[in-house]
Design a protein around this ligand. Structure first.
Ligand SMILES: O=P(O)(O)OC[C@H]1O[C@H](OP(=O)(O)OP(=O)(O)O)[C@H](O)[C@@H]1O
Ligand SMILES: Nc1ncnc2[nH]cnc12
Length: 171
């Protein structure tokens, strides 16, 4: 399946110069959505993953089905003020703007092998911050998995090394 055919590119959203990759057109197509999750699973199932973590919001619609297909749990990494228990939190810059993310202190057990999943790797700020939070809790990041990677931005470099970086579609 050519997954790129299911992504809608919107020019100058949310600001001039940005080519926004809209995944809603893939999500609304059951066979394409399922095939994308299965392809992402096939790329990471050798990693002996204990848990999948995904950042709010689009990381949920990729990370949660991926976790179910791998037979492991899912940890939501959320925008501030949303998680009810004690958290660790960090701020970061985006392709447009900036934001913060938080994770429950007991969400990851020391030594757990964590796969981070998201819809899209752009500057890498979101996932570099997620990696930082998971490592603060003693988790071992063994892989990162994306539906889309923007190859024209230095996201990979920002993530660092020591784990796999997988993406299904590259622009
Ligand atoms: O690599 P980066 O430059 O960090 O950008 C990628 C992130 O940006 C988008 O999320 P966004 O923060 O727009 O939130 P959303 O999922 O709630 O739409 C996207 O879903 C990734 O998480
Ligand atoms: N170009 C882009 N398209 C969709 N989501 C994004 N998140 C950050 N950059 C993006």
């Amino acid at each position: 399946m050519n997954f790129k055919d299911y992504i809608r590119v919107i020019h100058d959203y949310p600001q001039p110069g940005i080519r926004f990759k809209d995944i809603t057109t893939l999500l609304q197509n059951g066979p394409a959505y399922r095939a994308a999750i299965e392809a992402m699973k096939a790329a990471v199932e050798h990693l002996e993953i204990d848990v999948v973590a995904g950042p709010e919001a689009r990381g949920f619609v990729i990370g949660a089905p991926l976790a179910i297909s791998l037979g492991v749990g899912f940890v939501p990494v959320r925008k501030p003020g949303k998680l009810p228990f004690e958290t660790v939190q960090a701020s970061y810059d985006l392709e447009y703007g900036n934001d913060s993310l938080a994770i429950h202190k007991d969400a990851i057990k020391p030594g757990q092998r964590v796969l981070i999943a998201d819809d899209l790797l752009a500057t890498g700020g979101t996932i570099a911050t997620t990696i930082n939070l998971i490592r603060q809790l003693g988790g071992e990041v063994v892989g990162t998995s994306f539906l889309i990677e923007l190859g024209y931005l230095p996201g990979r470099e920002k993530l660092g090394s020591g784990f796999e970086i997988n993406s299904l579609i590259t622009y």
